[in-house]
Design a protein around this ligand. Sequence first.
Ligand code: NAD
Ligand code: MG
Length: 406
Amino acid sequence: MPTTLPDHPDDPRPSRPSGDPCEPLRVAVLGSTGSIGHSTLDVIAHSGGRLVPHLLAARSSTEKLLEQANRWRPAWVVVTDPAAAAAIGPTALPAGTRLAVGPEALDQLVADPAVDRVVSAIVGAAGLQSTWAAIEAGKIVALANKETLVMAGPLVMRRAAETGARIIPVDSEHSAIHQALACGRPGEVKRLVLTASGGPFRNRPGESLASATPQEALRHPTWAMGPKITIDSATMMNKALELVEARWLFGLPAAKLAVVVHPQSIVHSLVEFIDGAVIAQLSPPDMRLPIQHALFWPHRVAGPARRLDFNETIRLDFEPPDLERFPAVRLGLEAAARGGTAGAVLNAANEEAVRGFLDGALRFTDIAELCGRLLDEHSFHENPTLDDIRRLDAWARQEVGKWACV
Ligand code: NAD
Ligand code: MG
């Protein structure tokens, strides 16, 4: 039997149609076949029936999706790539599970009143549309897809305020900050300090970075993640994107954001208050904790995430980032400071450059160089619409494509 969670002044569940806090929360997992999707289903598996998957969505990994559907029997399975969906036979889904195809179907189903929580874990710019649909529908969104805020932060935060949607971060740094901010008032925050593992090339000499191979860059020392974000960790572009994400999510100017390299990935980020107190959140690198935090927020429950063992010696090192070897961090600070279309261009240029690097068409160091160039060259808008953002996204991808062909 699902247990009742204690009352909490911020508990969003009384707004559910039935208002019954004992009912399980129905979760839409967007990107269920990916790394965050997989961890989300593990959190659900350990929730004692308090969370149930209502919808599982992926682009084309139908084999894995069908395996998940048969294990979880959600009401809906969504495949956004019609060609991949066409290969699903009529008997592949369990009784009671229906198939929907295409991004528009996903947008509609995400907005359905039957959905209590949306886990936004599609990778890249492709995640913006369905996250936007969830925000339009006033949902509580567990947001892993940082690109949504990097591309369209001001629009998304404004729309969420209008519709009553809540965005609870899943990105471990932002989850840590979300938790640490509870220790003070907004006006008492001096600075947010995002921790970065430093990635696989933390100690690699700058002159050998140009020859770094995809295989080397995909070997992350502390986190097991999808390939795109793993390359972003190697370039430290992940931290750049996270700076922009933090800027909009927490509504603080770029001057109040900082990055520190912390190779153990145990301190997930810190908040410095005006009195000098620094509050951090610590736990082993395991995304199940921030996912669970977002899904159960504002409550804490026991879960499957690994725990720190204080019977062992735990070492915590902190060092400033090397902006010469990792220029991406500077680009992130710049994009966070400029706002407008800077985040969308940085994100699109990076996504395309990462693809080029993985395909062997670009060198590792080309990624940040190209991103910097396009950030400088693009026709900047201070207050873009979603259409402006989509247009510049396409422009940046095209520009990187030209470069990769040279
Ligand atoms: P992944 O590559 O492992 O999985 C991506 C998922 O998105 C897959 O299920 C794939 O089918 C789906 N997808 C891709 N394009 C799609 C489309 N057009 N329509 C529908 N589904 C689509 O990625 P991941 O590592 O799980 O990352 C997911 C998101 O979470 C990213 O935005 C990433 O930055 C963020 N994130 C990940 C981690 C992590 O530990 N993996 C940590 C913090 C934030
Ligand atoms: Mg992160």
